[in-house]
Design a protein around this ligand. Structure first.
Ligand SMILES: NC(=O)c1ccc[n+]([C@@H]2O[C@H](COP(=O)([O-])OP(=O)(O)OC[C@H]3O[C@@H](n4cnc5c(N)ncnc54)[C@H](OP(=O)(O)O)[C@@H]3O)[C@@H](O)[C@H]2O)c1
Length: 331
């Protein structure tokens, strides 16, 4: 079968190969999905560039891709939740969706929303699970004020809609050309970062979703209320997460040093700070399906590329200007 493989670490174009490989075999708890569409995430790029080596080892070459939609064409003997021919979508936690077929554990697969195309469905799993998990961790409630950075990105465009579905007041940042589009997604106050400073507009927020990192993580504490929450996707590792990572003493000390300014801000604001590392969660993906089917949220696709052109899809996402999601269409 045809696949896009990651063959080494570094420059994107030098470390991706469009190749022919064996069709995957499935174990007794897996389904074999014929891929109709997959979507590209900044995660794919971070993996190629070697930025996540610290979080675990990848054995190379590895088929890329975390989001998939398609049809079930094979199932292991323990699979009772699905039938051959079911239209499904999933966040594939061990990669492999940039290929004509992918083997996935049945307990992380969901039936595709009835009112979406395969391309639309493939745009959802990683970003919608991330946004759902952020709002859950923040315990976002109706009437809460949340600042969502990069509202025009894959995560932001979903997080805005999910936060509005919960009845929150949403501030979001984006650049001039995306302001009208992000407003349409439901944000209450869209802040054009080219002409406005969000720090002078957002006051006493209950929650900040930090998708940008560096100075944005630190500055989140300037706009939250006392006792507010900062959930980051890219900022320094918080103490609880570091403890769960089973690191040695030196690595823990290094992470504590990296978050020293955050630690100061947590104390100053009596704040909650957490680095969210998203996980597959079929219950949450089924909730996303429900919200889509009842018209409470919609998908946001920027561009669709054919499998042969996956390199350009990845290079496009690497520019960091994606409006919603980039999808690779296989069938
Ligand atoms: N920890 C986790 O589990 C997890 C999960 C998902 C994602 N992430 C990470 O979270 C980050 C965001 O992911 P994503 O998929 O949303 O990325 P993305 O779709 O690539 O984000 C692109 C968007 O960011 C906007 N943007 C760039 N700079 C901005 C700025 N200074 N202010 C406001 N908006 C800005 C761009 O809008 P303009 O063109 O208008 O600037 C563009 O629409 C990535 O680093 C990703 O790896 C982490």
């Amino acid at each position: 079968m045809q696949a896009i493989q990651h063959i080494g670490y570094g420059e994107i174009s030098e470390n991706i190969k469009f190749t022919e490989i064996e069709k995957p075999t499935i174990n007794k708890d897996e389904v074999l999905i014929e891929t109709y569409a997959a979507s590209v995430n900044p995660l794919d790029i971070k993996v190629i560039k070697g930025k996540l080596k610290g979080l675990g080892k990848y054995s190379l070459p590895a088929t890329m891709g975390y989001d998939v939609s398609g049809k079930i064409v094979g199932k292991g003997e323990n699979v009772s939740d699905f039938n051959i021919g079911d239209e499904v979508y999933a966040y594939v936690d061990k990669q492999g969706s940039f290929a004509e077929f992918v083997a996935v554990k049945q307990n992380i697969v969901s039936i595709k929303p009835k009112n979406t195309t395969f391309e639309e469905a493939a745009s959802l799993p990683l970003v919608s699970l991330t946004a759902s998990q952020v709002l859950k961790r923040a315990n976002l409630k109706s009437g809460d004020k949340i600042l969502i950075h990069a509202g025009s990105g894959g995560v932001g465009s979903l997080a805005i809609q999910l936060a509005k579905a919960k009845g929150a007041y949403v501030y979001t940042t984006t650049s001039t050309s995306n302001v009208a589009w992000v407003k349409e997604l439901g944000a209450d106050r869209v802040i054009d970062y080219k002409t406005e400073d969000y720090k002078t507009i957002v006051k006493d927020a209950d929650v900040v979703l930090d998708t940008l990192g560096n100075q944005y993580t630190e500055d989140a504490f300037k706009v939250i209320k006392k006792g507010g929450k900062v959930i980051t996707l890219v900022g320094p590792v918080d103490k609880e997460t570091a403890n769960r990572m089973k690191l040695n003493k030196i690595a823990k000390l290094y992470l504590a040093w990296k978050r020293r300014k955050i630690t100061k801000n947590i104390k100053l604001k009596s704040a909650y700070y957490s680095l969210l590392l998203m996980r597959a969660n079929v219950k949450q993906l089924n909730e996303v399906t429900n919200l889509l089917e009842t018209g409470k949220i919609k998908t946001n696709i920027d561009k669709v590329f054919p499998l042969e052109d996956a390199l350009n899809a990845i290079l496009y996402v690497d520019k960091g200007r994606t409006k919603g999601k980039v999808v690779i269409k296989m069938k």
